[in-house]
Write a protein that binds this ligand. Structure first.
Ligand code: FES
Length: 153
């Protein structure tokens, strides 16, 4: 309990979750969720070596530590972009371009890029920052678990 690094990390994560979800942190017990033990064959897992006995309730899209500060990651399978505009603050947007529906393919310099016609969107709020798209990428609600796993809410 005397490791200042862990304490700082928990504080950052908690701040991020609170900023995003208004204090709603990923449900841990007490919920009435139907936890299906179904194992999906052929799924592209994120490389978990084995089924953990303490699996989180929701399937995490990505770990918070994998999302660069000031940038983000495009998750093609889920068709979402997870961003971290500022340290500890995470956002998630649809990866479907609001121009003609292509999937955005990368995040660079604080912008989410669409490869089809060059539109860009802000990692902060999904707003179109360069056309031809004019409408923002729709935001998706997410939760950040205590272990850093980011899931769709
Ligand atoms: Fe994205 Fe046209 S579909 S810029």
């Amino acid at each position: 309990m005397s490791d200042p690094t862990q304490t700082a990390r928990r504080t950052v994560l908690a701040a991020g979750a609170a900023a995003l979800a208004g204090g709603t942190i990923a449900a841990c017990g007490g919920g009435g969720g139907t936890d299906e033990p179904a194992s999906e064959p052929g799924g592209a897992s994120t490389g978990e070596p084995q089924a953990s006995s303490a699996a989180p309730a929701a399937k995490a899209l990505i770990k918070s530590s994998e999302v660069p500060v000031g940038g983000g990651k495009v998750l093609k399978e889920e068709k979402v972009v997870v961003t971290q505009p500022t340290a500890g603050s995470f956002r998630c947007f649809s990866a479907v371009c609001t121009h003609q529906g292509c999937l955005v393919d990368k995040v660079r310099d604080g912008q989410i890029d669409c490869p089809c016609h060059g539109s860009t969107f802000s990692v902060t709020d999904g707003a179109a920052t360069k056309g031809p798209a004019t409408r923002p990428l729709p935001e998706k609600k997410i939760t950040v678990a205590a272990d850093g796993g980011i899931s769709l809410a």
